[in-house]
Design a protein around this ligand. Structure first.
Ligand code: OFO
Length: 193
């Protein structure tokens, strides 16, 4: 397939940089999932693992966009995330804070698209802006839940059960493996009970 080069160098670099941050987000949430696993809170671990899957998709969606616009994906080192948190509340507070930072990064990326007069990329980034609204809302909701639960063991067990219900879903139209059909059973997000 012939691709018309559409992205400026600056735009390509900025998109590759954000794809890296999305993968970092995935890594951060996977680290939190491992933290909750270590506490025996598998529902909390599930919520974080689904979140990690979503961030991976955000990064891949950006990577695919760079390619479809004639650019080249550039892999860079992914920063090591934090390893331990003082409490579930502290971890969820960190999720909320992180999402606020990411919203700022996406807005800055929109700023690059505007300065590069790149309307197509600006439109593409609208999906990420909408996603950030959802992510800030959902992380705030879970943070409040964790605060309410505190250290009450029964409330913690109930919240763990509830967060264990979260399931991963690919965004509509997104193909994680665009090079051909994958074997059955290769879905992200299935958690052994
Ligand atoms: Fe990629 O949305 Fe959260 O960070």
């Amino acid at each position: 397939m012939m691709v018309i080069l559409m992205l400026s160098e600056k735009m390509t670099e900025a998109l590759n940089g954000q794809a890296n941050r999305e993968l970092y987000s995935s890594y951060l949430y996977l680290s939190m999932s491992a933290y909750f696993e270590s506490l025996g809170l598998r529902g909390f671990a599930n919520w974080m693992r689904v979140q990690a899957g979503e961030e991976l998709v955000h990064g891949m969606k950006m990577y695919d966009y760079v390619i479809s616009a004639g650019g080249r994906g550039r892999m860079q080192a992914i920063e090591a995330p934090q390893f331990v948190w003082a409490s579930p509340v502290e971890a969820f507070q960190a999720v909320y804070n992180h999402e606020r930072v990411v919203t700022g990064l996406i807005k800055a990326l929109v700023g690059v698209a505007i300065s590069e007069k790149d309307k197509t990329t600006e439109n593409f980034l609208q999906w990420y802006l909408d996603e950030q609204v959802e992510e800030e809302e959902s992380s705030d909701m879970v943070l409040n839940k964790a605060k309410t639960v505190g250290s009450d063991p029964r409330a913690l067990a109930a919240a763990d059960k509830e967060l264990g219900q979260r399931r991963f879903k690919f965004p509509s139209g997104f193909d994680m493996f665009p090079y051909g059909r994958q074997p059955e059973g290769t879905t992200i997000g299935s958690l052994k009970k």
